[in-house]
Design a protein around this ligand. Sequence first.
Ligand code: SAM
Ligand code: DTB
Ligand code: SF4
Length: 336
Amino acid sequence: MSTASIQAAPIQLVRPAAAASASRSDAPRWQVEQIEALFALPFTELLYQAQTVHRANFDPAEVQLSTLLSIKTGGCAENCSYCPQSAAYDTGVEATALMKVDDVLAAARQAQAAGATRFCMGAAWRGPKDRDIEKVAQLISAVKGLGLETCATLGMLGDGHAEALRDAGLDYYNHNIDTAPDKYADIVQTRQFEDRIDTLQRVRGAGVKVCCGGIVGMGESRTQRAALIAELANMEPYPESVPINHLVPVAGTPLAEQAPLDPFEFVRTIAAARITMPRTRVRLSAGRQALGDAVQALCFVAGANSIFYGDKLLVTGNPDVTADQALLETLGMRAA
Ligand code: SAM
Ligand code: DTB
Ligand code: SF4
């Protein structure tokens, strides 16, 4: 056999249809069908394309480390089917009051000492009240004072909230769209997809960077996974951080018995995020414990370059810091 016969055909990198869209209501830059076509590529070719886009924009050995802290846990008025913190489900999570500045600072210092560069404070609220914003603003200023990047995820924001958080030193606001628009009502009934978009617009409008992603493995179709990615990629501009969560099934929630997604489909979702949002931080988020090291390594090849780092997410588990340090060492990767 001649060597020519085993050479790969030149690969055409997939490009969005038109890059001219100025807002979410214009013609989308990425059609859902185009993203489905990415998912349908041979696995090796998809990863090649994703890694090519990744290398054009990032050092492929670098991973950004974000640590989460639940600053106000449980008792939430929303009924998100995946969430252990919803008051609608009996999950054994006890509701707590908002944490005090000194306790938050102690956790942030610990995260920083372990190598995290971003500290994300999560509150199980449908949305904060004005007086909650004042208190969270103090937490943000204190954490920012340590030299960490700050992120908060507090639910739906009202008038002036994003501006007050920005003025306190907030770098990122996390607010996920979570699933495809046509799957949303199956997953949450206490709010609408458009409510999420409204808060995201408030965050952008205040000049705070957007962290927005979703959850896969909730029984959605591949088309719906592609639609989730299309919604994110067609935001103008697309989010600076895109957390991709794999559902952590929690006893007591409606999704407790949901079968896990095929891990290769999870990797494909990461690759589609990377190709369609070349400069975003694609974060491997909830569900890393179940993925295992080999699948996580494939996700890094597919363009993931951020993780939630710390022994706990908000209320569920996450790989130990020492296990993550060992994994990065094994893979020859380093903190960004
Ligand atoms: N209450 C705020 C909100 O919903 O925006 C902030 C906290 S909420 C816990 C943040 C995100 O965590 C959700 O949008 C969802 O993507 C993720 N999440 C919650 N429970 C999860 C689970 N069991 N598995 C995977 N991701 C989950
Ligand atoms: C995100 O996308 N995932 C994080 C963070 N943003 C706030 C939360 C994951 C939560 C997993 C379930 C829990 O521990 O509550
Ligand atoms: Fe509340 Fe957020 Fe959990 Fe939904 S995901 S129940 S809004 S804490």
